[in-house]
Design a protein around this ligand. Structure first.
Ligand code: ADP
Length: 346
């Protein structure tokens, strides 16, 4: 190896950068690799040739890489270990004998792009099925072959349900997109936690959503005459309880109790449990419930009007409110969605 002098400034900067930094001589022999470069490409970098580490056509003949006028080169590289990191590799000729290689880790951006692509694909799929059904019924009705009133009104009823499903889905997608963009901004108002809860219970009773379920509100705080304030947005917290209570009804057995239990053990936080009795959720799915479009039983959720976005919306609203949610479920017994909100000292 040539005795190439490593500039001290590069050595120092390489220690504080989040990117991988490698220096090579004119043959591609690695003479410096910072800890990030080692994390991305492996520990044994020093004294190896970069073309043996990054096996890409761009580096096949390292000393010829910069034969043309340009003294910069950039390409995309994916590591072939388990992590499959996405790196942008930037090579710059510093002088005749020294080359700087920067490794920029783009894995997070790539994953986010994948999540976004999957979401768009899911949304299109979810919208397409009611739309296909609607188009089918419209064509049948337009053909003039459905003459009896009973069949016609049956078709119209299905079309009405499908159109409403599309509407719900679009409402949920818009809500999700709004709460997601705002999740890092704390709400600016202080509200009593009792207000959204009471409003949701009243609205559910008014809309007649109860399948002979009884909604019970239990306030177990030591002084139930006190208000309990949180820093919160009334409409968003209302949406949280709407989604949880509607789920409790949808997935609860008929004729069972739905309990909303308020507990407070110290001045710092308030706990609200939404409890229902139903088939329950298998343990292995609990952590996935807040993923967009995740449903334990897709067909069943669809049939009862679910979009698969309710708990994803809840999750993002809770992040914005610095609140936490835990879920416990016993098959054919109780399911508890437990929310923990920080209390605001008014
Ligand atoms: P959906 O619109 O399908 O109800 P959610 O995001 O609100 O979507 O819920 C995701 C999934 O979580 C549901 O499809 C269901 O499988 C499950 N789930 C939610 N709440 C309950 C509950 N109280 N009991 C049983 N399963 C539930």
């Amino acid at each position: 190896m040539n005795n190439v002098l490593i500039p001290k400034s590069i050595k120092n900067i390489s220690k504080i950068l989040d990117d991988g930094v490698i220096l090579t001589d004119e043959e591609g022999l690695i003479i410096l690799a910072n800890s990030n470069a080692q994390e991305f490409l492996g520990k044994n970098l020093l004294n190896n040739n970069i073309s043996k580490i990054l096996k890409v056509k761009e580096l096949k003949n390292f000393n010829k890489v910069f034969k043309n006028k340009s003294n910069k080169k950039e390409f995309y590289y994916q590591t072939n270990d388990q992590l499959k990191r996405s790196l942008i590799v930037k090579i710059k000729k510093i002088n005749k004998t020294l080359f700087l290689i920067l490794l920029l880790d783009m894995t997070l951006q790539r994953n986010l792009e994948k999540v976004r692509r999957d979401f768009v694909a899911n949304v299109s799929h979810e919208l397409r099925s009611p739309l296909t059904s609607l188009v089918g019924f419209i064509e049948t009705l337009l053909s003039g072959n459905v003459n009896d009133e009973v069949t016609r009104s049956k078709f119209l009823k299905i079309m009405d349900e499908e159109a409403k499903r599309m509407n719900r889905l679009i409402d949920d997608i818009l809500s999700l997109s709004r709460v997601e963009t705002e999740e890092h901004i704390s709400p600016s108002t202080s509200i009593s936690i009792l207000d959204p809860i009471n409003s949701v219970i009243a609205s559910i009773k008014e809309r007649g959503l109860i399948k002979a379920n009884k909604i019970i509100f239990e306030d177990l705080r030591s002084n139930i005459n006190d208000q309990c304030f949180i820093i919160g947005n009334f409409y968003e917290v209302t949406q949280v309880f709407t989604n949880l209570l509607e789920n409790a009804i949808k997935y609860g057995f008929d004729d069972t109790e739905i309990i909303i239990k308020l507990e407070q053990f110290d001045e710092k936080e308030i706990i609200i449990n939404v409890i229902n009795y139903g088939e329950g959720i298998p343990q292995k799915y609990i952590d996935r419930l807040t993923e967009r479009f995740f449903r334990v039983d897709k067909a069943r959720s669809r049939k009862i009007g679910g979009t698969g976005l309710g708990l994803a919306i809840v999750k993002h609203i809770l992040i914005r409110h610095r609140a936490k949610m835990s879920i416990k479920s016993e098959l054919n017994n109780q399911t508890i969605f437990s929310l923990n909100f920080p209390v605001s000292q008014r």
